[in-house]
Write a protein that binds this ligand. Structure first.
Ligand SMILES: *[C@@H]1O[C@H](CO)[C@@H](O)[C@H](O)[C@H]1NC(C)=O
Ligand SMILES: *[C@@H]1O[C@H](CO)[C@@H](O)[C@H](O)[C@H]1NC(C)=O
Ligand SMILES: *[C@@H]1O[C@H](CO)[C@@H](O)[C@H](O)[C@H]1NC(C)=O
Length: 195
């Protein structure tokens, strides 16, 4: 247990101080049996794609004091190491930007056993997207399988390209903002591993 804790601290220290060297430094710290294993790939080639990242909002004004608004975010989260994607979405009625980078939302639909979790937050003003994911790799052959647990986080800047449409219907006026779908790559800034 002590060894695993130390390893975890060492990995996170390395990742935090020198993110570009993570891929070179980590494999030598942990014995790996299989070059193509999930846990080795997690250390060496992890990246995420927020696929079809989509922001949409709608605000309806009736009287000046009365408005109904909602904003939504949705994307599929692809972790290059894992064979499945997760579905990430969020709703907010916090005016006026809806997403202020101060609330974590969960992604759903990982592996059947729910060992994979992911959360994200988004700041619409700056475009900052923060992501954290945890997953498990079962490596080895049938005679000896070892479970390695990973936790990683990353941040990127998303540039939204949006259209705004306004319409009027009697006393109601509606403003709809819709942004073009895009695929956003996120590199990990910190990786923790423990067995
Ligand atoms: C996984 O999580 C979903 C959603 O929370 C839940 O419906 C399902 O029962 C969970 N599956 C297992 C195996 O715990
Ligand atoms: C995002 O933008 C901020 C502010 O411009 C910058 O400091 C930061 O390095 C950027 N992050 C990435 C991952 O590009
Ligand atoms: C994102 O990538 C997927 C898979 O390659 C592709 O099907 C989709 O069209 C891409 N979306 C955008 C907005 O480019």
């Amino acid at each position: 247990m002590t060894r695993h804790l130390l390893l975890s601290l060492l990995l996170s220290a390395l990742a935090a101080s020198a993110p570009t060297q993570v891929a070179d430094s980590l494999p030598s710290l942990i014995e790996t049996r299989d070059a193509a294993s999930c846990s080795q790939a997690s250390r060496m080639s992890l990246a995420w794609v927020a696929e079809d990242f989509h922001f949409h909002s709608s605000t309806t004004f009736s009287t000046p004091a009365d408005q109904i608004s909602s904003g939504s975010l949705a994307f599929n989260l692809i972790n290059t190491v894992l064979p499945f994607a997760m579905s990430c979405s969020a709703y907010s009625n916090q005016q006026d930007l809806f997403f202020y980078g101060n609330q974590w939302f969960s992604c759903m639909g990982g592996d059947p056993g729910n060992t994979t979790t992911a959360i994200f937050q988004f700041d619409r003003a700056s475009g900052r997207l923060d992501l954290k994911q945890k997953w498990m790799c079962s490596d080895g052959d049938s005679s000896s399988t070892t479970a390695f647990f990973f936790g990683a986080s990353g941040t990127t800047n998303v540039t939204l390209t949006c259209t705004t449409e306004e319409s009027k219907n009697g006393i109601y006026s509606t403003e709809v903002v819709d942004c073009a779908l895009q695929n956003v790559t996120i590199q990990p800034s910190e990786i923790e591993a423990y067995a």
